[in-house]
Design a protein around this ligand. Structure first.
Ligand code: BGC
Length: 235
């Protein structure tokens, strides 16, 4: 197939605390390749992470542009926080550095925001939380993102934040039963705060959810963290 015959292909990248995942999407956001994954390098500093992305990208065939979900606050392609990676990310221009490295246009956004863009209905008040290494959050009003919401680092209960109570290390420490009870409390607390029309829960630890969720709460597949990447190119 010639370059002109095919639709624009987007390499979607999801940088996580434990894994880096990639997949190519077509113009409609449909997957065109199998998802591929590498363990997040340790320590997770910019250079080895960029190296891992370049290596994953080289196994995905052709693509024209790149969308990246990053586990921290991102402003204009520049990293502002990276609690679960490494402090050397702060003020790192990921968008420009990766563009130079891959030779393609790049857009970078917060990972939970991308997860949300891949999941929401686009009407009313919709909250997305992600349960993985960290606790991600994204709030949408009629499909418009409220920027930079970081519930993960907001106080929740017993002097701890949502991330301290529900992140991966909490799950490892207190076990699934207590973690599930905490999750029920967190959903109730967030529902009281935002009066959401819908709450979506994504991230790798959704597979540990063992409680019945209220009717407005829906679990979204982890792949939304990649699929939502297409939305970064809808201007
Ligand atoms: C970060 C968020 C991120 C979440 C999930 C938190 O620690 O502050 O920006 O979305 O982890 O990766």
């Amino acid at each position: 197939m010639s370059e002109q015959d095919r639709s624009t292909r987007t390499l979607a990248v999801d940088i996580g605390g434990s894994g880096i995942k990639v997949m190519v999407l077509d113009e409609e956001g449909q997957p065109q390749t199998e998802r591929s994954r590498l363990e997040t390098p340790q320590p997770p500093k910019p250079e080895p992470v960029l190296e891992a992305i370049a290596s994953l990208a080289s196994g995905q065939g052709e693509f024209d542009r790149v969308s990246v979900g990053f586990p921290g606050v991102v402003s204009g392609g520049i990293i502002k926080t990276a609690v679960n990676l490494d402090p050397s990310w702060i003020d790192f221009d990921l968008q420009t550095t990766l563009k130079d490295r891959l030779g393609k246009p790049v857009r970078v956004a917060n990972d939970a925001d991308i997860q949300g863009l891949g999941a929401i209905a686009g009407t009313g008040v919709e909250l997305v939380i992600t349960l993985g290494t960290g606790f991600g959050s994204a709030l949408f009003v009629d499909g418009i993102l409220v920027p930079n919401l970081e519930l993960g680092h907001h106080p929740f209960r017993k002097g701890e934040t949502y991330e301290q109570q529900l992140g991966r290390s909490a799950l490892d420490t207190v076990g699934s039963k207590r973690w599930n009870r905490r999750l029920e409390k967190a959903i109730a607390s967030l529902q009281n705060l935002f009066n959401c029309d819908r709450i979506y829960i994504g991230g790798g630890n959704t597979k540990k959810i063992a409680v019945e969720l209220p009717p407005q709460v829906k679990i979204v597949p982890n792949v939304s963290g990649l699929l939502g990447g297409i939305a970064l190119w809808r201007d």
